[in-house]
Design a binder for this molecule. Structure first.
Ligand code: ADP
Length: 230
């Protein structure tokens, strides 16, 4: 589902964010990508959704080599992915319903189908009674649930999460990661970048650890391991 072959990435200012990464994630896996801030987790995710392109090596997402995808093809790739971030990225002036519907309208879905899909996805994330609330009227955990609903409403094959619990307390963080695990059980491959030891140790999923842009460990049913500079 996801493959990186000898991938390196250097930002234009000369920062070497990723160094010779080799990683393979199969369909249906749930993987934590961990490591302290600045080790390259976000950059690795960016290569998967083509916000950046590798300086060296190849990146394969859902069977496609996306290392040199043309700008025209990027929206098509992103339609097959769900992406969530630490800061939720909701539209503050729109309700929960409108925030999610907006994503579907953008890909040309008609009103009838949107009205069929929305209640289903709100039910999955446990927000059926908040459809007409505005983001500011919701807790952080609820806002992240809206972002997750928006990310999964189009049935993505891969869900990418960049520090999804970074703004949440431990209990709410666990609820959010439980939700990601449930979505994973429905068939979506999930890759979560995090430096939240608490959730990683609770979940006991595959843990890939980055240190200074390199993979330093990759363990099934792993825990958060600390390395030299932490
Ligand atoms: P993480 O997600 O693990 O916190 P990042 O992928 O954001 O790490 O960053 C990896 C390295 O790349 C860091 O040294 C960071 O400062 C640097 N970096 C991130 N974004 C940029 C950018 N746009 N330009 C230059 N350097 C960047």
């Amino acid at each position: 589902m996801i493959q990186l072959h000898n991938v390196s990435f250097t930002y234009p200012n000369g920062t070497e964010a990723l160094r010779n990464i080799n990683l393979r994630i199969e369909k249906g896996e749930f993987v934590f990508l961990v490591g302290p801030t600045g080790t390259g987790k976000s950059t690795l995710l960016k290569l998967l959704y083509c916000a950046e392109y590798p300086t060296e090596g190849r990146v394969i997402v859902a069977g496609r080599d996306v290392s040199r995808l043309s700008p025209k093809e990027v929206p098509l790739l992103r339609r097959r992915l769900g992406i969530i971030f630490q800061d939720f990225r909701l539209i503050p002036t729109r309700t929960v319903w409108e925030n999610i519907a907006f994503a579907l309208k953008a890909i040309g879905m008609g009103r009838k189908e949107i009205c069929r899909k929305l209640p289903e996805v709100l039910e999955i994330v446990g927000l059926s009674d908040k459809a007409h609330a505005y983001p500011a009227q919701l807790s952080g955990g609820e806002q992240q649930r809206v972002a997750i609903a928006r990310a999964i409403v189009n049935n993505p094959i891969i869900l990418l999460a960049d520090e999804p619990t970074g703004n949440l307390d431990p209990e709410t963080s666990l609820e959010i990661v439980d939700l990601l695990a449930r979505i994973n059980l429905m068939g979506t491959t999930v890759l979560t970048a995090t430096h939240d030891k608490y959730i990683v140790d609770k979940m006991r999923k595959r843990v890939v650890t980055l240190q200074n842009g390199r993979i330093v460990s990759d363990r099934e049913r792993g825990t958060y391991e600390h390395y030299a500079s932490e």
